[in-house]
Design a protein around this ligand. Structure first.
Ligand code: ADP
Length: 404
């Protein structure tokens, strides 16, 4: 099967075409600055590469650009876009309604629209991409894969805040956790790589990118995720603050005479390692370069980041009453061997030993713990698009077999 994977944002739309049998990426690309000045990037497996300005006034024009290029006699990878068996859409928030992937119907769109309040920046943008694809490919199966779905196995003790219960009943204020598509892919790949039965292992996945989250996956099910009602909770991130005492925010609002929106902008965009490093950078590569030049704030930002990750790992080992695998993934987790080493130094009490040479290795999946380490420590490249393609293909297969 050929799967078109779509990740639609407010002014951008990422796409890939994946062959579900070989799992080969036939083409990947990006429509950027939709509704502004339009930029199109496109790269095929056989070396065709495009990077050019293209007018895309809306998401429908962006999807049209993608489809036209996919079937172009010179640049394309398909004879006809009817060759696309299914479109897999990345959808950010499924609330409590969606605990797995779904075939997108009018009812699903209605249910998703009802979740818009929970993710006002992301869900409407996702739905615009869905609407554009449905309009241009009315006969193609559309599947929605939610970033929250894998986390829906969390129990009330993990997902409820210490707030009056009525607010959960009335508004569904609770912890949802995010990056579920990545946590699912990486936890399963770790078990496969270690030749373990995923239903028998306890894994902690550290998805450390610009946005960062940690999950505890016990016997294939998420029991906790460090992000909460929104992706703001948990770790100190690139620009997000992570866990903060709300009392400090009231204090700050009063002192600086700020409203809740100004406070939220600070928490989402001006905090994290960017804020701690006094606006030096949210990028860990730049912080490392500055640290080498004895920039104290850069050093402090990285130190705080690593300390917080280690604390979450410790608490998740307790939550699962043990841990077999710890996996690092995403931009920082996959590439920053110094941060990995620093985090693991806190974890010697778990019997963790890191092989310094292997820790400098690169690869799709590598083990960086020694043979005698009591816990396997791995680095695995996340692949959310492949996970979406797998989910979409599995649903399409199911439908086919029912129709037979
Ligand atoms: P997101 O998807 O949340 O935007 P990514 O997973 O792509 O984030 O991670 C992006 C971050 O990864 C960058 O901001 C940068 O800090 C970090 N990163 C990428 N490459 C390296 C590297 N070689 N060393 C350290 N950090 C890196």
């Amino acid at each position: 099967m050929k799967i078109l994977v779509i990740n639609s944002g407010s002014s951008s739309l990422k796409f890939q075409v994946i062959d579900s049998v070989t799992e080969e990426v036939l083409v990947k690309g990006l429509c950027e600055r939709i509704g502004i000045d339009g930029r199109f990037t496109y790269k095929t497996y056989h070396g065709i590469s495009i990077k050019e300005p293209v007018t895309m006034e809306n998401h429908k024009q962006a999807v049209n650009t993608i489809l036209d290029t996919l079937v172009d006699p010179e640049k394309g990878v398909l004879a006809d876009f009817g060759e696309i068996d299914v479109v897999g859409h990345r959808l950010v928030h499924g609330g409590e309604k969606f605990s797995g992937s779904v075939v997108i119907t009018d009812e699903v769109i209605q249910a998703m629209t009802e979740c818009n309040d929970l993710a006002p920046l992301h869900n409407p943008a996702n739905l615009v991409g869905v609407a554009a694809c449905r309009e241009l490919m009315p006969d193609t199966l559309m599947v929605g894969v939610f970033d929250t779905a894998f986390n829906q196995t969390m129990e009330p003790k993990a997902y409820l805040y210490g707030l009056p219960y009525r607010y959960y009943e009335k508004y569904k204020i609770r912890r949802y956790g995010f990056h579920g598509i990545s946590h699912k892919y990486v936890s399963q790949r770790a078990a496969e790589f270690m030749r373990q039965d995923p239903r028998r292992v306890k894994t902690i996945v550290c998805h450390l990118g610009n946005g960062a989250s940690i999950s505890a996956v016990k016997y294939g099910k998420v029991i906790d995720n460090s992000m909460g009602f929104t992706p703001l909770e948990g770790l100190v991130m690139g620009t997000r603050c992570g866990d903060v005492d709300p009392g400090a925010l009231e204090f700050l609002a009063t002192k600086e005479n700020m409203d809740i929106h100004q406070i939220m902008t600070i928490l989402n965009q001006e905090s994290g390692v960017l804020g701690i490093s006094k606006n030096l950078s949210s990028d860990f590569r730049e912080l490392k370069d500055a640290e080498i030049k004895y920039n104290e704030k850069a050093s402090l930002a990285r130190e705080i980041f690593a300390y917080k990750v280690a604390k979450y790992i410790g608490s998740y080992a307790a939550a699962m009453n043990g841990v077999d695998n710890i996996v690092f993934t995403a931009g920082v987790g996959e590439n920053d061997s110094d941060i990995r080493e620093e985090i693991c130094e806190y974890l010697e009490f778990l019997g963790i030993q890191i092989d310094e040479v292997q820790n400098r290795d690169q690869g799709e999946a590598i083990r960086i713990s020694t043979g005698t380490s009591r816990v396997n420590v791995l680095v695995i490249k996340t692949n959310e698009e492949l996970e979406i393609a797998r989910e979409a293909a599995a649903l399409a297969e199911q439908i086919k077999s029912i129709e037979k």
